[in-house]
Design a protein around this ligand. Structure first.
Ligand code: GLN
Length: 313
């Protein structure tokens, strides 16, 4: 075993142990009833480096709801279908407001600021849906995630999707509001149905880190040899993750962690160290911005100890 691999494995185990012992764990997402009861005691971390070495710590195999992390995969899929025309329907500037905020939409004529806030992700989902039945679009998204992770066992938790549909009043408002500007093309119920379901995809840290490898390696998953996107597109998706992946906590995440990353209210974060590694972390307790509290702290420690921040060691 090379000393770099030994270091990586040691650092991952150390961080998992440090996180297990912490008492400040954040609060689970209470606005989705199915997620409100998740135990905040869990913590998992997986790093896959460029040689394919998998360093795992804590609850690396425990499945969780990926929620908004799915927005990275739907953005990739929608760019593949629509190319740069996608940017007519959604911007790529940080919003500086909460993930479910509606305020900017009125000023900006129903065009969401970026593909990672809820409004933007709903608009992207609508693009994927156009020309298809909701079932087909959802099947396509799920198969794409399975392909990225090279794992056909990945599935959707329909109870979580149903729970969100019943209580998703904000998202319903956002979608209807965008529909009034003609930004949403399909029936709002259909677009939201696909959106709630792709947010309810269940993965563990191992699968998620594997699915993110194309972003760490110029658009190609080195494990399967599959080219997913061009190097330019991978670079650009990473840029949007860096600037928008943590909503109004994106500046703080860049400041502390220094990597492109995307969080979800299930407590997961996918972070990319370009050219070096794909990283998945999960701890269900959230901070005030709806990002994993210990997940962010763990990534900060990891990039510091390994010198992996894109801004310098
Ligand atoms: N499905 C969630 C929602 O729409 C996703 C939000 C998130 O993970 N930040 O509210």
């Amino acid at each position: 075993m090379s000393s770099a691999v030994a270091d990586l494995e040691r650092v991952v185990k150390e961080i998992a142990e440090e996180m297990r012992q912490r008492t400040d764990r954040g609060e689970p997402a209470s606005y989705i009833p199915e997620l409100a009861n998740v135990d905040t005691g869990s913590f998992g971390l997986v790093v896959i480096d460029n040689d394919g070495t998998v360093a795992a710590g804590g609850d690396a195999d425990m499945p969780f709801s990926i929620q908004s992390i799915s927005k990275v995969f739907t953005l990739t899929l929608a760019l593949g279908k629509a190319g740069d025309r996608l940017w007519k329907h959604v911007g790529r500037e940080p919003s500086g407001s909460a993930f479910n905020s509606i305020v900017q939409l009125e000023y900006e004529h129903g065009i969401p600021r970026n593909p990672f806030i809820n409004a933007g992700a709903i608009a992207v989902t609508d693009r994927i849906l156009s020309g298809h039945q909701p079932k087909e679009a959802l099947g396509e998204i799920l198969r794409f995630v399975q392909f990225l992770a090279d794992d056909s066992s990945i599935a959707i938790d329909r109870t979580v999707a149903e729970s969100e549909r019943r209580t998703g009043f904000r998202n319903i408002a956002l979608a209807n509001y965008m529909k009034s500007f003609g930004v949403i093309e399909n029936p709002v119920d259909y677009t939201l149905g696909v959106y709630f379901h792709h947010c309810s995809i269940v993965m563990n840290c191992r699968q998620l880190a594997m699915a993110g490898r194309y972003l760490a390696h110029s658009g190609r998953n080195p494990a399967t040899g599959h080219r997913v996107v061009t190097p330019e597109r991978a670079r650009r998706i990473n840029a949007v993750m860096l600037t928008c992946g943590h909503y109004d906590g994106s500046g703080e995440f860049a400041y502390r962690v220094g990597l492109p990353g995307k969080s979800g209210v299930g407590g997961g974060i996918l972070a990319i160290a370009p050219g070096k590694a794909s990283i998945a972390v999960w701890s269900p307790g959230l901070d005030a911005y709806g990002n994993s509290h210990l997940g962010r702290i763990a990534l900060e420690l990891l990039t510091k100890r390994l010198g992996w921040s894109i801004f310098g060691a």
